[in-house]
Each structure stands twice: as structure tokens, then as C-alpha cells.
Design a protein around this ligand. Structure first.
Ligand SMILES: [Zn+2]
Ligand SMILES: [Zn+2]
Length: 126
């Protein structure tokens, strides 16, 4: 496919790259092996989660407020409070998929990585 718009073409290429990686079970960022159930490898995931943690710390109040509001809305509409998918009979407050994710959270796979190692291997540009 040929795009006249260069930006669109780049977007298309990035999308294809990520999709191909996903299909092969490789990290969408760096092509290392992914953590089962995620689209990123251990390295990228820990890097990202560190980012998220810092972002969360900085915007705690605002994020909590929005999250609570969203959860309430989802509850009223009988949708999964985690991902917003419509709930089926027998589901709790989260859908089947989210339930499984909660039982096997990604950090369990990171158990082998000590805190110190995380800090040494993960450098954040701010
Ligand atoms: Zn990666
Ligand atoms: Zn869900």
C-alpha cells in the first residue's frame, strides 16, 4: 500500500511491525521474548511499569478520581470495571479475561528480578 502522507505511512509501518511481533510472540518494542499473556518482554515491561509508577505518584489524586468515576459508570452499565467489556451472567465485577489476568499478574513473572537489578538495568530518561 502506498501512502502519500508520510506520517500515515510511518504509522502503518509501526502498526504492521507491532502486529507481526505480536503474532510471533515477541516484544512489540524490542523483539525479545514476551512475558506470557502480555505484548512486551520482561525488560520493556519493567521499564514501563516503573514509568507508570512514577506517573501515578505524580498524578495520584487526579488519576484516582477519574478511575473511580469510570468504575462507577461501568458498574452502572453492567460492564467490566477493569476493561469496560459487557459482563455476562456469573461474572463478578470484572469479566472472565480480567479475572484470569488478576490471578496471574505479570509481576509474578518478574519474581526473579530483584529490586536492585531492576534499577541497574532500567534507566529512565526524564
Ligand atoms: Zn522488549
Ligand atoms: Zn475485563
Amino acid at each position: 500500500m502506498v501512502y502519500r502522507d508520510k506520517k500515515k505511512y510511518t504509522e502503518y509501518k509501526q502498526f504492521r511491525y507491532k502486529k507481526l511481533h505480536k503474532e510471533r510472540g515477541l516484544c512489540v518494542n524490542c523483539a525479545r521474548e514476551v512475558i506470557p499473556g502480555l505484548t512486551k518482554c520482561m525488560f520493556c515491561w519493567s521499564k514501563e511499569s516503573l514509568y507508570n509508577k512514577r506517573y501515578y505518584q505524580a498524578n495520584k489524586e487526579r488519576l484516582n478520581k477519574t478511575a473511580r468515576r469510570r468504575r462507577d459508570r461501568y458498574k452502572q452499565e453492567n460492564r467490566c470495571t477493569a476493561c469496560g467489556a459487557p459482563l455476562m451472567d456469573g461474572d463478578g465485577v470484572v469479566c472472565v479475561n480480567c479475572n484470569i489476568q488478576r490471578q496471574y499478574p505479570a509481576h509474578k513473572y518478574l519474581g526473579g528480578l530483584s529490586h536492585e537489578v531492576n534499577h541497574k538495568t532500567v534507566t529512565i530518561k526524564s
